[in-house]
Design a protein around this ligand. Structure first.
Ligand SMILES: N[C@@H](Cc1ccccc1)C(=O)O
Ligand SMILES: CCCCCC(=O)O
Ligand SMILES: [Zn+2]
Ligand SMILES: [Zn+2]
Length: 508
């Protein structure tokens, strides 16, 4: 039977139309309109903006916002920082999209309104306080903000003013461009993170909780871009920390009789305490590599193709090579911290005069608890290991490792951060990981399960000693990248990425 010509044309037109529709649907990601990531480039900002962002960071570093001890901030510096903010970010403080509040006298909470109230807000957190400095070891005065050889020197450049100031700088540049966020978000800048955040971040979180706020995710400091720190990896690695170590602060105290040093007893308070400390220290060498391997084995398997021979063979066969790897990792303090609960003897005070037997000896042990362990387990371990009733053991402060935040393909916050890192730093590798240091994030646990710790600080092995150490500095180029990272993160948080994100705590 001959098909009439007109029918063939109709059939052809209909099939072409179906193909076009199918192609359009496939390219639009399953029918939902998917925005495109805005391409990031070094030209995101004008030369004038790059000058302004650098001078704003320098001015922030020049304010010595040292947090000495709990509830003992340097009030003059904290007030100076409060005055600095509206001068540095006039657009943020004059925008009717932004509400600024002072919390607990010296912390800052910014609420940025979104045009789509149906989208769950997120929060960017950082801290403005810094640890004290040991002046004699610095090449430039630590609060001078001196620029040399492409680096800005100063306490707080890496930890954490590049993030605190960088977030506000990115918001300033977006508002200058008339950007109106779809998704509301908060910016929280704490003033006492370095002494635990129990005044700043804790009160900011309580304020948000009292308002019934639920967050889609939180991004804070806590991990970085490791630039050739992991042996054998050809590419720099951006580690988005999806969990964080716990912490325990123990005080060890020994009291013994005093008297003339010409007639000493068999043992002294210093000797008893010293052997207690060294046995606790020896015990801390207990390895947890297997748990660690289990925790990030996927990442290592992703790594393997990126590794040079023979490391690629070794890492693909950890069942056999784990002990060797563990011994290699422990040689490097930052890698060692990844595979065990670490012990740091941070204070040791004893003795009153050269010719008097020491009546007391005190030591402080700071443990950073691996996710495989707990505070309670550590207390039992300490008692068992020291095994000496003359040593009085007190837990001054402690909290367990934080739960692992969602980091699968449905985890909105993790995917936004990951895609933004790949957008701004196409040359790095992104993996989930562990923050070996502690942050303010534990204060926000009731507001979201999506707690992520990452600032795109480009850290080499040498830089790890600058954090809380001498000659802390950040390259001008890296700080520009950090501002661009937040500039794109805020825009990317407005995208409805191809994610079937559901209501289990990290809904859109
Ligand atoms: N971030 C600092 C200060 C801190 C201590 C305890 C808890 C949280 C933060 C550290 O890791 O030591
Ligand atoms: C660079 C990351 C440091 C995080 C913990 C601190 O503020 O000391
Ligand atoms: Zn710090
Ligand atoms: Zn910090």
């Amino acid at each position: 039977m001959q098909v009439p010509g007109w029918l063939r044309i109709v059939f052809l037109a209909v099939s072409l139309l179906c193909c076009a529709l199918l192609l359009r649907t496939l390219s639009a990601g399953g029918g939902r309109k998917v925005d495109r990531l805005r391409a990031a480039s070094a030209a995101d900002f004008t030369p004038g903006e790059n000058e302004r962002l650098l001078s704003n960071l320098r001015a922030a570093v020049q304010i010595p916002t040292v947090s000495l001890a709990r509830a003992q901030p340097d009030t003059a510096a904290m007030e100076a920082f409060r005055d600095y903010l509206p001068q540095a970010f006039p657009g943020v403080f004059s925008s009717d999209l932004v509400r600024h509040e002072i919390i607990a006298n010296y912390s800052h909470l910014f609420t940025v309104r979104g045009s789509d109230p149906g989208l769950r807000p997120y929060i960017l957190t950082a801290h403005l306080d810094v640890v004290p400095v040991a002046e004699e070891k610095w090449d430039f005065p630590p609060f001078s903000g001196e620029e040399s050889d492409g680096y800005l020197y100063g306490r707080g450049t890496l930890d954490d003013k590049a993030s605190a100031v960088g977030i506000l700088q990115a918001l300033e540049f977006l508002l200058n461009r008339g950007y109106v966020p779809r998704r509301a978000f908060y910016v929280a800048i704490g003033h006492d993170e370095e002494v635990g955040g129990d005044n700043g971040a804790r009160n900011i979180a309580a304020t948000l909780e009292s308002r019934g706020v639920k967050l889609s995710f939180l991004l804070d400091e806590g991990s970085v871009i490791l630039d050739h720190i992991i042996p054998g990896l050809k590419k720099p690695v951006a580690v988005i920390a999806v969990t964080e170590k716990g912490q325990a602060l123990f005080s060890l105290k020994v009291n013994t009789q005093t008297g003339h040093s010409s007639m000493p007893m068999r043992e002294s308070s210093i000797g008893i305490l010293a052997s207690a400390v060294s046995s606790a220290w020896a015990k801390s060498l207990f390895k947890v590599f297997y748990e660690f391997y289990y925790f990030i084995n996927v990442s290592f398997l992703i790594f393997v193709p990126q590794m040079s021979f023979p490391l690629n063979i070794i890492m693909a066969n950890l069942w056999l090579f784990a002990p060797i790897i563990s011994r290699t990792l422990e040689k490097n303090p930052s890698m060692n911290a990844l595979v065990r609960t670490t012990t740091a003897v941070t204070e040791f005070h004893a003795g009153i005069k050269p010719n008097v037997l020491p009546p007391t000896a005190n030591a402080t042990l700071n443990f950073r608890i691996h996710p495989a362990h707990s505070v309670q387990g550590l207390i039992e371990e300490m008692r068992y290991t020291i095994d000496d009733d003359r040593v009085k053991i007190d837990l001054l402060y402690g909290f367990d490792p934080l739960p692992t935040s969602p980091h699968d393909e449905l985890a909105f916050g993790y995917q936004i951060i990951r895609t933004t890192v790949e957008n701004v730093f196409p040359e790095v590798f992104v993996i989930p990981g562990l923050s070996v240091a502690n942050t303010d994030t534990r204060h926000y646990q009731h507001l979201t399960e999506g707690l992520y710790r990452f600032v795109p600080l480009w850290i080499t092995q040498e830089d790890t000693g600058r954090i809380h150490g001498p000659n802390e500095r950040i390259s001008v180029k890296n700080y520009e990248e950090i501002v661009r990272f937040y500039f794109h993160l805020i825009q990317n948080s407005d995208l409805n990425l191809r994610l079937n994100v559901h209501s289990s705590g990290h809904e859109l």
